[in-house]
Write a protein that binds this ligand. Structure first.
Ligand code: CAA
Length: 397
């Protein structure tokens, strides 16, 4: 077992850190305050090579391993949760799912533009009445000749107003119980597509989130991902990748809480003594450090499992569940350390707390992951090896 980062990881960490601190941090406070998303951030990430970090070089990516992706997510979320959210959606939920499920032709067609950010990818699963209950979706896909006709609506879609393509899952019209769902890549430019932003979010205010609508939208059969009946599995494996990026990002958020809290606690004096010297403050700092260290071990284990092609649905659920709860706890403690200053946006910690709360809901609620972990332990849930896995690392040339 080797816990050290290699030279490539360190270079990628440095690049992602520089990107986060120089491109993301300077504008985030104002974007968050005004609920404005900046679509150029993703393009800049693409130019910096961050969107293709774990995509094979033959598809225009950097060809680094999946741990490198986690490191990028950590550094992006240390700068701002929204920056990591768009990475999770574009690379985790969209590009990596195409790496796992797409045909060679589909990968050659789509991955190069996704690796550079020339095209932006997103994911459409949740519906107004189907969140945790994925199977409850009502969006339909009906096969008509050489295409499918999609009708329905998806909600809580990151990048709804900006993405060029959406990986969506729909219920097959007339499908039997075994072949009920299929996944498709839907182009924004397709007639019958529309989107609408969701306003008034508690957190991730610098990110675009919305609804997308399909009105007799035609998708060529060649843009179906997997076979008819694979839709649920495609969705769940997308979440295996998305949850990994969320778990890694949560560690970055804990680090951001520490960055802010250490500075504040050393500066702020009570009766001439920095509050950093108070044991109750130190207790909160130690608790954040605990969350960061446990969280990093949990997500990097998943990165290692991804590298070697092992199924990791249980482990990634654990990492997402534990790390997001630890990040929210760290942000709450960071607010506590800042006292009244933590309650306004002069300091970043109130934003960290609002953003951390969202991660306990998206990509599987805290309750879903709690139940899933109990079911594994009770033997009610077991994972079989998957027929289709991500390419193992190192990638084939
Ligand atoms: N990869 C591939 N296949 C998988 C899989 C995976 N990760 N997980 C399950 N499957 C397969 C299973 O092997 C099984 O196949 P067989 O029938 O051939 O054995 C089939 O799918 C059904 O699996 P389960 O029995 O595990 O399914 P379930 O009904 O018990 O799952 C659940 C229940 C775990 C609660 C699941 O519905 C779930 O995770 N819900 C939460 C959904 C969620 O996270 N939504 C977030 C939306 S996206 C988002 O938040 C992003 C955003 O907005 C930005």
């Amino acid at each position: 077992m080797d816990f050290a980062l290699n030279a490539e990881h360190e270079l990628i960490q440095e690049a992602a850190h520089k990107f986060g601190q120089s491109v993301v941090v300077p504008t985030v406070k104002e974007l968050d305050r005004t609920h404005t998303s900046d679509p150029t951030t993703l393009k800049k990430m693409g130019e910096a090579g961050l969107l293709g970090v774990c995509l094979p070089q033959k598809h225009g990516g950097m060809g680094a391993d999946y741990i490198a992706l986690g490191i990028v997510c950590e550094e992006l979320e240390r700068a701002d949760s929204t920056a990591r959210v768009v990475m999770s959606v574009h690379t985790g939920l969209h590009s990596m799912t195409l790496m796992q499920w797409g045909t060679a032709e589909q990968q050659a067609r789509w991955l190069p533009t996704l690796a550079t950010g020339a095209a932006i990818g997103a994911f459409g699963l949740t519906e107004p009445n189907a969140g945790s209950d994925v199977m409850g979706m009502t969006t339909t896909a009906e096969r008509v000749g050489d295409h499918y006709v999609l009708n329905g609506q998806k909600t809580w879609i990151s990048l709804a107003d900006y993405a060029d393509r959406f990986l969506v899952v729909a219920k097959l019209a007339g499908g039997d119980a075994k072949a009920r769902h299929a996944a498709f890549v839907v182009e924004r430019s397709a007639p019958g597509f529309s989107s609408r932003a969701i306003k008034g979010k508690l957190g991730v205010r610098a990110g675009n989130t919305g609804e997308i609508f399909f009105d007799n939208l035609k998708v060529p059969v060649t843009d179906r991902i997997g076979e008819e009946g694979d839709g649920f599995k495609v969705a769940m494996s997308a979440l295996d990748h998305g949850r990994y990026t969320v778990a890694a990002g949560a560690v970055g958020l804990i680090q951001a809480c520490l960055d802010a809290s250490l500075t504040y606690a050393k500066d702020r004096k009570v009766q001439g003594d920095p509050i950093a010297n108070k044991q109750l403050v130190q207790q909160m700092i130690a608790s954040m450090v605990q969350g960061r260290e446990i969280g990093r071990l949990l997500y990097q284990k998943v990165g290692w499992m991804k590298n070697s092609g092992q199924r990791h649905t249980k482990e990634v659920s654990m990492a997402k569940w534990v790390n997001c709860a630890a990040a929210f706890d760290a942000a709450n403690k960071a607010v506590e350390i800042h006292g009244a200053y933590g309650y306004c946006d002069e300091f970043p910690v109130e934003r960290y707390m609002r953003n951390a709360r969202g991660a306990m809901i998206y990509e599987g609620t805290h309750e879903i992951h709690t139940l899933v972990q109990a079911e594994y332990e009770l033997g009610y849930r077991t994972d079989k090896p998957l027929a289709k896995t991500l390419p193992t690392w190192p990638f084939e040339p």
